[in-house]
Each structure stands twice: as structure tokens, then as C-alpha cells.
Design a protein around this ligand. Structure first.
Ligand code: DGJ
Length: 559
């Protein structure tokens, strides 16, 4: 009998323990900074979001079965998915938590984190996700008025009733997350979606015009480096026509979003971000892009006016390599972690994950990667449905198992990563005593470098210690050379005339690279699992990476 009681007690305490373990409160995800580098800390360590964003109308019980198999195929660790204001608050002040609860429960079942997108006042510059009870009262929940006095399909940032309603509802949503998500399944929340206005540079309603004629607020002058001018000058006087309108609109939208974000953060301080519909980074004149959102020309205004927002994040859809890399650069700032919440996962587009990692991106997430889009396939289309997922899946199969290591190495400033640029078949990365030379489109045994037929090459190199590197990539070759002069760096891999060995003349003497050990393996739960040593044909012409995932740990010396 005694034994039975003991066994029962033991069983009871085990059940209690496991219930406690299941509901253990995890630490809040947070963003940390060191020397201008950022990391997203999840469960105490840097985390890299390898994400996928579902289509806009996919976060419904009816469609989620078409989302999870895609996430699984991709090996994504994070799903970005919307929460719809119209669903969440069907009647004023009445909240429906069912959709939030369903996505939380299903994400946990699939062992995937979430980024929730608050489709509130703005969605792609419009107010289409406002609940019906708001849409039917356009006088109260006002639209932008354009220059000719017409109403535009965009919410006015001066509509105080909309702002108050959004702030109240967003904080109710965050309050619910706080109680429903002790596991911290949700890592980040996006406030609104692609804020701003298409079809008008700003709101030209009488109230807005009055503010436009008033002196530019001191914090805007400071943010835009115009403090030395006349402090009572109005927008047009300070910034000139066109620019004045878009800066004014950005100021108004950022202030509105700040109030919504701050209300939510006050109840549950998760990291928050806004996403931007971009302008052309080289010739984005006012009128050619969505005005008011965090485009590259108004990042300072957004930073000054919306401190509750942790990240200003670019949605990058351009296929143009130079423009893509420029945008990464513009949003990688010492006051802004780089995060790409939307991008395209095309076969060549997928390579841009690498330069994003090279700028310490904390996350990356191609858009529209779920099986609901299969309905768009033309009649009789025989393309396997996975085709559109494959380029991203290829990346995530490689990076997924070592995402914690990559996030840490990045936070420590030890990692560089690049993508192939058309017409530039070689590139050199500098690491102290070593240069890593990346090349594209050579043959297995050297040969002229032509670049790949399509620019799919990408490489990642991280310094593990002075003479040891983690190396991986696709469709490229990586070799190492003792760091030589600037002149030598420009000319690509140097061979000293006697063989294929990359060498450099240092202090008047030739130094030649030798591979001490090239280990092929894989990362499993953050541990490098050795599989074999590569040598002979596999290393004599450098380290060749194909389209198969391959991870190398390389130890170097000179002779
Ligand atoms: C950008 C938006 O932010 C997304 O919600 C979606 O509408 C895509 N554009 C569609 O391409």
C-alpha cells in the first residue's frame, strides 16, 4: 500500500513538473546592440529568424492547413502572419481572440516562432483592414484629402478618432499576447503595414494645411540636420516643394504610429517594427513612391518621432542587384538593426540572404510562401508546387541548423557574407592575417572566371580563430590568401607563378597558403559534426560549393 501511495505521489509530482515545464515563462525576446551590431536574443542567446511570410488572407483556420506544409518544406523557423483589425474587433470594444489563439496554438504544435503583423490603420497605404463599423463612418475615421480636395484611399494621420481606436485596440491585442504567450512564441510584432499614402504626397485637408504652414518642429529640424536655419520657418521654406510634403507626411504618420506602438508596448514590451514600401534608392523623386512610410530619405524623422519602434525595416522586391545591396546598406545603421520582413524568394533573389547576413541581419523573410498561391497557377500547369519554395528552402536547409552560431558570430563581428554581382566574378573579404577570395563561375580546376550563367552565387565566411574559418555557400569557390598589399587585394587570387597556391609577398618574402585541415561536416543543434576531411582534388583548386548544402571548417597555415 505504502509503495502504491509513493508511486502515486511520484506520478502526481511528475505531472505537476511537466505542466510547469510546459508553461514555463520564457524571457522576453529583446534586441541588443554592441559596437553598432545587433542581435535578437531569444531564450538567452542570439537568434536568426529564417522566416516566411504567408499571403495576406492566409491566417484563417480554413487556410492554415495550406500554410504549415510550406513552412515545413522551407525549414523556416519563423512564420510572419497577419492579425486583422476587422476580425479582432468586429464591434467597437468587443475583441475576438480566436484567431490569435489559433495561430499561437498551431505555431507551437509546429515548433515555429511567429512574427505577428498588426494590419491596423494602414495596410499598403490604405485603410482596408479597419472594421466595417469604421469604414462606414468616413467622416469620423477620415481619409487623406488630396491637393484637389478629393478623398484618397488612405487614412489620414490626423484622424484622432482612428488613432485613438487603433491605440486602444492594439494595446488590447498586446495585452492578450502577454497573457496568452508565456512561451514567447511571438518574437516581434509589426505595427501597421506599409504605412503612408499612394496617390497624394500628404494630407491637404484644412487642418493639415494649417500645420504645414506652421514652423517645422524642432525635433524634425534636428533629425534632418537643419537646426542652423530660421527656427520659425515653415515646411516649404525649410525643405522646398515636394520634399517638404513627403517629410511632413512622414512626420505625421510616424507620430500616429508612435502613439499606437507606445500604447501596445506599455502593456507588453515586445520588440516592435514597421515595414516600408521603398522608393528607388537612386532616383526616388516625391510622387514616384508611397509617401509617409519609413523610406530611406525619412528614416531620421521616423527615428525621432517613433522611439517605441525598434526597427525600420525594408520590404525589398527589386531584382536589381545594385539597388538591392544599396537598400541593405541604407537600412543597416548604427541606430537600426537590419531586418528584411518581406522580399522575393526567386532563384536569383534568394541569394540576397547572404549579403543581408553580411550586414548582421537579425531576420529575413520572403513573402507569399504558402500553398494558397497554388490557385494562381495557370490551368494545366505541371510545375511541382514546391518550385516557388525551393530557392528559400535551399538557403534554410543550409543555414537553419547553424542559425544560432551564425547569429552569435555576427553579433561578435566575425562573419562576412556576400552574393554574386553580375559582371564581377571575384570578390575579396578581409580577415586580419587572411583574405578570403570568393569567385563565381570558374571550372572545377581553376579556369577563367565568367560568373554563373544566372547570378546565383553566395558565400559566407566566419573567423573561428586567427587561422580557422567556417565556410559555406552555393555556386561559388572560396580560397584563402595571406593578406597582402592593397594592390594584390584588388587583383584577386594571386599565384606566385610556381603553382596554384594563393600567395602574397609580405615584407619582400612570398607567403603561401596551405590547408592544414579542411573538415566537411554539418551543424546539429549548434555543434559541428565532423564527417570527413577534404583534400586532393577537393581542395587543390580551392573550395568549390555547388547547389548542395555543404559546411566546411578550414584550418590554415603559411609556408
Ligand atoms: C507588400 C505588402 O506589405 C504585403 O502585405 C503584400 O501586399 C505584398 N506587398 C504583395 O506583393
Amino acid at each position: 500500500m505504502k509503495t502504491l501511495i509513493l508511486a502515486a505521489l511520484l506520478a502526481f509530482s511528475c505531472v505537476r513538473l511537466s505542466v510547469q515545464a510546459q508553461t514555463r515563462v520564457h524571457p522576453l525576446p529583446r534586441i541588443v546592440e554592441s559596437d553598432g551590431r545587433y542581435a535578437l536574443i531569444v531564450d538567452g542567446a542570439p537568434y536568426l529568424m529564417l522566416g516566411a511570410q504567408s499571403n495576406n488572407s492566409s491566417d484563417w483556420p480554413a487556410t492554415l492547413p495550406k500554410v504549415w506544409p510550406a513552412i515545413e518544406y522551407l525549414h523556416a523557423n519563423t512564420l510572419e502572419t497577419p492579425i486583422y483589425w476587422e476580425q479582432f474587433e468586429p464591434k467597437p470594444g468587443q475583441y475576438d481572440y480566436s484567431q490569435v489563439d489559433a495561430i499561437l496554438a498551431q505555431a507551437r504544435q509546429h515548433h515555429v516562432h511567429l512574427v505577428l503583423l498588426w494590419f491596423g490603420t494602414w495596410k499598403n497605404g490604405s485603410q482596408h483592414y479597419m472594421p466595417e463599423w469604421m469604414k462606414t463612418q468616413p467622416d469620423r475615421y477620415a481619409h487623406v484629402t488630396n491637393k484637389t480636395g478629393e478623398l484618397v484611399d488612405s487614412p489620414s494621420p490626423f484622424a484622432s478618432a482612428s488613432r485613438e481606436a487603433d491605440a486602444r485596440t492594439f494595446s488590447a491585442f498586446m495585452q492578450h499576447l502577454k497573457t496568452a504567450d508565456p512561451e514567447r512564441t511571438v518574437l516581434l510584432v509589426q505595427v501597421e503595414n506599409e504605412t503612408g499614402t499612394w496617390g497624394s504626397l500628404r494630407d491637404y485637408s484644412p487642418g493639415a494645411n494649417q500645420l504645414f504652414e506652421a514652423p517645422v518642429p524642432a525635433e524634425v529640424l534636428k533629425a534632418m540636420n537643419r537646426e542652423s536655419g530660421n527656427p520659425s520657418a515653415n515646411w516649404q521654406e525649410v525643405f522646398g516643394p515636394g520634399e517638404a510634403d513627403v517629410y511632413f507626411h512622414a512626420w505625421a504618420v510616424a507620430k500616429y504610429v508612435q502613439q499606437v506602438a507606445a500604447a501596445g508596448k506599455a502593456v507588453y514590451p515586445l520588440p516592435l517594427y514597421v515595414n516600408a514600401a521603398l522608393r528607388d534608392p537612386f532616383k526616388g523623386a516625391p510622387g514616384s513612391y508611397e509617401s509617409g512610410g519609413p523610406t530611406d530619405n525619412v528614416l531620421n524623422i521616423w527615428k525621432a518621432e517613433a522611439p517605441a519602434i525598434d526597427i525600420l525595416a525594408p520590404d525589398i522586391y527589386t531584382p536589381d542587384t545594385t539597388a538591392y545591396l544599396k537598400i541593405l546598406d541604407l537600412y543597416h545603421r548604427s541606430d537600426n538593426p537590419l531586418f528584411i520582413p518581406e522580399t522575393s524568394g526567386t532563384p536569383t533573389g534568394a541569394r540576397f540572404l547572404f549579403p543581408a547576413l553580411g550586414l548582421q541581419a537579425i531576420g529575413y523573410s520572403p513573402f507569399g510562401l504558402d500553398y494558397t498561391r497554388s490557385h494562381r497557377a495557370p490551368e494545366g500547369d505541371k510545375t511541382p508546387p514546391e518550385t516557388f519554395l525551393e530557392p528559400t528552402a535551399q538557403n534554410y536547409r543550409l543555414i537553419g541548423p547553424m542559425m544560432r552560431d551564425i547569429a552569435l558570430l555576427n553579433y561578435q563581428g566575425k562573419l562576412q557574407a556576400v552574393a554574386e554581382v553580375e559582371g564581377e566574378p571575384t570578390e575579396t573579404l578581409h580577415f586580419g592575417a587572411w583574405d578570403a577570395v570568393i569567385s563565381y563561375g570558374g571550372t572545377q580546376r581553376g579556369g577563367a572566371l565568367k560568373g554563373n550563367p544566372e547570378p546565383t552565387g553566395r558565400a559566407l565566411v566566419a573567423q573561428l580563430n586567427d587561422h580557422q574559418f567556417l565556410v559555406t555557400g552555393f555556386d561559388c569557390r572560396v580560397d584563402f590568401r595571406p593578406a597582402g598589399t592593397e594592390e594584390q587585394r584588388k587583383s584577386g587570387p594571386i599565384v606566385n607563378g610556381t603553382g596554384q597556391t594563393p600567395s602574397a609577398q609580405i615584407g619582400g618574402k612570398w607567403q603561401h597558403r596551405q590547408f592544414l585541415r579542411v573538415e566537411e561536416g554539418s551543424y546539429e543543434d549548434g555543434v559541428f559534426k565532423f564527417a570527413r576531411i577534404l583534400n586532393g582534388d577537393q581542395t587543390d583548386w580551392g573550395l568549390n560549393f555547388s547547389s548542395e548544402p555543404e559546411v566546411l571548417r578550414v584550418s590554415l597555415a603559411t609556408y
